[in-house]
Design a protein around this ligand. Structure first.
Ligand SMILES: Nc1ncnc2c1ncn2[C@@H]1O[C@H](COP(=O)(O)OP(=O)(O)OP(=O)(O)O)[C@@H](O)[C@H]1O
Ligand SMILES: [Mg+2]
Length: 278
């Protein structure tokens, strides 16, 4: 990490934190979101906020926003691995499609948005959700070293890791301290699928309407829960963080997605972070 290309790994970041924090631009690559990774990110974020003279009360909103966005990125990559795998299995299962053709077909499907979205119907979302959860839980356990994983669980994690590598799915975080703003970009190598982006936009607009009436928190009330299949709470929580900082998330927080990647942009005006009254 760092703009003069000094690279640090894991705990090295914490050991070199003071010199790292002298820079204005940071680049991280993440493999997951285990406890130690979260701790490192927390330290870096705290350090940056201190450096720019931010009100300490802002750090909670900023850190939880970054965490939500990162969790989405981690989940999305894991989900994409499983989605691809399930699809490949389905394509092969008839015994009609030879190996290379199945892979080619998979690529075509993934490249063609309507096809890709249609395929979502054949892959049971619940199964994917459960598997993603399993990956997250097992990774945390493995890293914490407090529990011994079964050989089955270890090889499952190994398989996911290999596939993530083969599919070249990465997660990166770029942070820049600019003249007037703190800029954070979180990117993962998997698209937002199906109607999710449209749902997210609609849901964010609804949240903004409530915020204009001075009751953004109402968005989280059970009576608003109905239509939010997967335009869920993660993104709404990021928006809420901005509202709590007196900022407009529709201006400061943007999500872009393509066939190959999703990027989340978080912009925090430094003046707003320095403000003392909330
Ligand atoms: N970085 C991302 N890459 C790909 N898809 C994403 C990303 N972030 C969000 N999504 C999609 O948008 C949906 C809504 O995200 P949000 O965090 O608001 O909801 P959620 O209830 O937390 O859902 P999830 O548990 O799936 O993250 C997700 O379910 C996912 O399909
Ligand atoms: Mg989420």
């Amino acid at each position: 990490m760092g703009n003069d290309k000094i690279k640090y790994k894991g705990q090295e970041i914490l050991r070199n934190l003071d010199s790292i924090l002298q820079k204005d631009s940071f680049h991280f690559e993440l493999k997951g979101l285990t406890k130690s990774t979260r701790d490192i990110i927390n330290e870096v974020v705290q350090g940056i906020l201190e450096r720019i003279g931010a009100n300490p009360l802002t750090s909670f909103h900023l850190f939880s926003g970054v965490m939500e966005a990162l969790l989405n990125a981690v989940k999305a990559n894991a989900r994409f691995v499983i989605f691809k795998d399930e699809l490949l299995t389905k394509l092969r299962s008839g015994g009609q499609t030879p190996e290379e053709e199945a892979e080619e077909l998979l690529d075509t499907i993934l490249e063609t948005e309507p096809l890709r979205d249609a395929m979502q119907r054949y892959i049971v979302p619940d199964k994917i959700k459960k598997t993603v959860q399993k990956i997250l839980t097992l990774s945390d356990k493995k890293k914490s070293k407090k529990v011994t994983l079964s050989t089955e669980d270890i090889s499952f994690l190994e398989l996911v890791r290999e596939k993530t590598k083969i599919y070249n799915l990465k997660i990166s975080v770029k942070i820049e301290i600019r003249e007037k703003e703190l800029y954070i970009r979180i990117r993962n190598d998997s698209p937002i699928m199906g109607m999710d982006l449209a749902r997210i936009r609609k849901s964010r607009t609804r949240h903004a309407e409530l915020a204009r009436e001075g009751k953004s928190g109402d968005f989280f009330r059970p009576d608003f829960l109905d239509e939010k299949e997967s335009a869920g709470f993660g993104i709404a929580m990021i928006d809420e963080g901005f509202y709590n900082l007196g900022l407009d998330p529709l201006e400061c927080f943007d999500i872009q997605t393509s066939k190959h990647a999703t990027s989340v942009y978080l912009n925090y005006p430094i003046d707003a972070l320095k403000k003392m009254e909330f």
